[in-house]
Design a protein around this ligand. Structure first.
Ligand code: NAD
Ligand code: WQD
Length: 344
């Protein structure tokens, strides 16, 4: 065993997949989650996948005393991966303070507690949202951070700044900021995946819910963009590939190999796929026809963005491996599994 890794938001979509990959790489995971956007069954499903029950603590990261007690209880914590956050862009516009409180204070608590308990390594979930509409594509890590389109996006930018300022102040912290592009898909076992609350806002859960008949029709938001087929372009990254990026980031920190106290990496495939291309790929990969129609643009959408992932490749030795067809099949199998279990 290589030591304990504290995973906040550990029963969430990306956190649960990362827990499995950390275990596969020889780490002991401690999952912390307040279950505001996930369920306790995820712990059972992770246990099933890793062959043992992971440590799980139902704790709110906003609760400083409870987090302090957690660091005291687990003396072997070597690094923290901080996923816990609210992430619904639209909701953040309606309830900005809910987002600022949760996403900022959770991080601040960690940055205060880590030095107190002698934990140096932090891997933080950032987002390609910080680039807005980049001037140059594919976008590299040194592209300027653009004015955030939503309070949610702003929390990611402010969190990045909080981390930089804290490290600059001399705090004994080494941070790796992973800027995810569009995570999609599920574990190939179909035991863990994304569990959207209510009507999905993101493309893939809406698409699979349409394909299975929960929704009548997928609305494609706009076909008049300046892209080859007129629909928006994104970099869709498989969630297991994304989880593995966290493992290599942790390995780098624990081996004391960081060249800067704060390092930033894009985590994407390097390929842009349009919304219409993605729909075609889904139908091809699964054989399931999809009912969709073109509607007007969605306010706030970026026209096109995809990653230049060269830095993660060179420095972390990481690259996306899963094909889009396999990824879309995994998303579909997850949807079928939710139906079988009577969840959706
Ligand atoms: P998710 O909602 O599935 O997981 C987040 C988990 O954090 C949930 O289980 C939730 O219950 C928990 N949580 C929220 N606030 C908490 C708190 N105060 N204390 C304890 N637990 C709390 O989301 P996800 O898709 O797994 O995203 C994980 C991280 O990655 C987030 O920080 C998100 O902003 C970031 N991110 C996600 C995407 C994406 O498209 N999914 C893209 C870029 C960045
Ligand atoms: C993808 C494309 C839509 C739904 C969001 C956040 C971003 C990051 C990832 C966390 C867009 C189109 C969607 C639908 C559609 N999250 N679409 N019909 O907007 O790229 O990014 O998640 O950091 O911050 O903003 O993802 O999945 O919502 O949309 O046509 O029903 O699919 O217009 O072009 P997005 P998405």
């Amino acid at each position: 065993m290589k030591g304990q890794i504290l995973v906040t938001g550990g029963t969430g979509y990306i956190g649960s997949h990362t827990a499995v990959e950390l275990h596969n790489a020889g780490y002991e995971v401690i999952l912390v989650d307040n279950l505001s956007n996930s369920t306790i069954e995820v712990v059972d499903n992770v246990a099933h996948l890793i062959g043992k029950r992971p440590h799980f603590e139902q704790v709110d990261c906003l609760d400083y005393a409870a987090m302090d007690a957690l660091f005291t209880k687990y003396t072997g914590i070597r690094a923290v991966i901080h996923f816990a956050a609210f992430k619904a862009v639209g909701e953040s516009v309606d309830q900005p303070l809910k987002y600022y409180r949760n996403n900022l204070i959770s991080l601040i608590n960690l940055l205060e507690l880590m030095p107190k308990h002698g934990v140096k390594g932090l891997v933080f979930s950032s987002s390609c949202t910080v680039y807005g509409q980049p001037d140059v594509l594919p976008v590299t890590e040194d592209a300027p951070v653009k004015h955030a389109e939503s309070p949610y996006g702003n929390t990611k930018q402010i969190n990045e700044e909080i981390i930089y300022d804290t490290v600059r102040s001399g705090a004994p912290i080494r941070a790796i900021l992973l800027r995810y592009f569009n995570p999609i898909g599920a574990h190939p076992s179909a035991l863990i995946g994304e569990l959207p609350n209510g009507v999905p806002q993101n493309l893939i859960p809406y698409l699979t819910q349409t394909a299975i008949g929960i929704r009548e029709c997928l609305n494609v938001f706009g076909d008049d963009y300046h892209t080859p087929d007129g629909s928006c372009i994104r970099d869709f990254i498989n969630v297991v590939d994304l989880a593995k990026a966290h493992v290599v980031a942790i390995e780098r920190q624990l081996a004391d190999k960081q060249s800067e106290p704060v390092e930033v990496f894009n985590v994407g495939t390097g390929r842009g796929l349009s919304v219409l291309e993605l729909i075609q790929a889904f139908e091809r990969a699964t054989g399931v026809p999809l009912n969709y129609k073109i509607v007007g643009r969605r306010a706030g959408d970026i026209e096109q963005v995809w990653a230049n992932p060269d830095k993660a490749n060179k420095v972390l030795g990481w690259q996306a491996e899963t094909s889009i067809d396999d990824t879309l099949r995994s998303a579909w199998n997850w949807q079928l599994n939710l139906r079988e279990r009577g969840i959706q």
